[in-house]
Design a protein around this ligand. Structure first.
Ligand SMILES: Cc1ncc(COP(=O)(O)O)c(C=O)c1O
Length: 387
């Protein structure tokens, strides 16, 4: 028996498998510091949990409209208007099982077999796999540390072929923490419009920005770019709701109905009571987000302070998310060797950059306690100095 070709070419998610490995070592009693996780270490805020529990108690346990309950779609529409300057009606919002699912559905709905999708590297590792799943070809454009890991309009233009259908932008970015400015986004939008390329804008880390960096939604930059952009976002990172699987697509009118049909024949609605939790996340108090951001900010500062003292490695100051992408080229190791040896010798888990399309780097996630941050970076320092 054989599996379908579409799954044969998929690679498993390396970041999830490293996270599982580190968690398993921890469960065996090994003192592992896990810098591999892509999820906030905080618990979901109480008022969000209370809303979902209240919904369960009230028997809100049945199917909902497949694209989400009206209350949540309205709350998302309102949030996008007030916070992002985006005008999406509730009917243009599709509530999905996380932002990952949102990306997958968006790609499935617009990309044909044989199309090319431009992905700037280092990239979030699921993008190329999702593109392959749609029968299309990822076209990777290598960005540089010198340019803060941002694709330039010239690089974008050069990457375009007659088969190019879409570009995926992720700002703030995973694994780089890079944030595109409004001007940079406008310049990329100009190329996309000239060449009739769609934009998938993954804004999952929008609320995690530091040092005054400002997140801008590319679809807010004008009517034409709005029409050719699919915005995706979610609740996992800003509200520590990774396990809830709550995200959404905000799509132009021409696409929203197709997405609704796609979802109605695949997952149907996202868990009913989890949707009530998401309503509370957007409509409730926002101090929880500010508190988490403050703590992430403290750790980010400390990580950078400590990393700067380590020889043979360097990094670009990340402006957003909760990662530092460390350049390890000076150690002479591949990213996989570096991570394997570090885990074996010093019991610190990180994700090799090869998973993100950049073998010269490793990703450190500081979504763990300050105590772990300090202990873990100290171990990295000992490891690098021993090489
Ligand atoms: C860039 C990016 N997009 C999307 C996701 C998926 O998030 P969710 O948990 O909402 O599916 C992640 C998770 O790591 C991510 O880093």
């Amino acid at each position: 028996m054989k599996t379908a070709t579409r799954v044969q070419q998929l690679s498993p998610s390396l970041s999830l498998s490293i996270d599982s490995k580190a968690k398993a070592m921890k469960a065996e009693g090994i003192d592992v510091i896990n810098f591999g996780a892509g999820e906030p270490d905080f618990d979901t805020p109480e008022h969000i949990k209370a809303s979902a529990m209240g919904a369960l108690d009230a028997g809100f346990t049945k199917y909902t409209p497949s694209s989400g309950i009206p209350e949540l779609r309205a709350a998302i529409s309102e949030k996008l208007k007030t916070e992002n300057g985006l005008d999406y009606k509730p009917s243009q919002i599709i509530v999905t099982a996380g932002c990952k699912h949102a990306c997958h559905e968006a790609i499935m709905a617009v990309v044909n077999p044989g199309d090319e999708v431009i992905i700037p590297a280092p990239y979030w590792l699921s993008y190329p796999e999702m593109v392959k799943l749609a029968g299309a070809e990822p076209y990777i454009v290598q960005t540089t540390a010198e340019n803060n890991y941002k694709i330039t309009p010239d690089q974008f233009r050069e990457a375009i072929s007659p088969s190019t259908k879409m570009i995926i932008l992720n700002s703030p970015g995973n694994p780089t923490g890079t944030i595109y400015t409004e001007n940079e986004l406008a310049a990329l939008a100009e190329v996309a419009l000239e060449e009739e390329i769609l934009i998938l804008s993954d804004e999952i880390y929008e609320k995690l920005t530091y040092d005054g960096a400002k997140h801008v939604s590319i679809a807010s930059l004008g009517k034409s770019v709005y029409e050719s952009t699919i915005t995706v976002n979610g609740f996992s990172k800003p509200y520590a709701m990774t396990g809830w699987r709550m995200g959404y697509i905000a799509a132009p009118e021409w696409l929203a109905k197709s997405l609704d049909s796609l979802q109605s024949h695949t997952t149907s609605n996202v868990t009913s009571f989890a949707q009530k939790g998401a309503v509370a996340a957007y409509k409730g108090p926002q101090e929880c987000v500010a508190d988490m951001l403050k703590e992430f900010g403290r750790r980010r500062k400390r990580v950078m302070e400590m990393l700067k003292e380590i020889p043979k490695i360097s990094f670009v100051v990340p402006q957003g998310a909760f990662y530092v992408l460390i350049n390890i080229a000076g150690t002479g190791l591949t990213s996989a060797d570096f991570c394997e040896k570090l885990l074996e010798k010093k019991k610190v888990a990180m994700v090799p950059g090869i998973a993100f399309g950049d073998d010269a780097t490793v990703r450190l996630s500081y979504a763990t306690s300050m105590e772990n941050v300090e202990k873990g970076v100290e171990r990295i320092s000992e490891f690098v100095r021993s090489l």
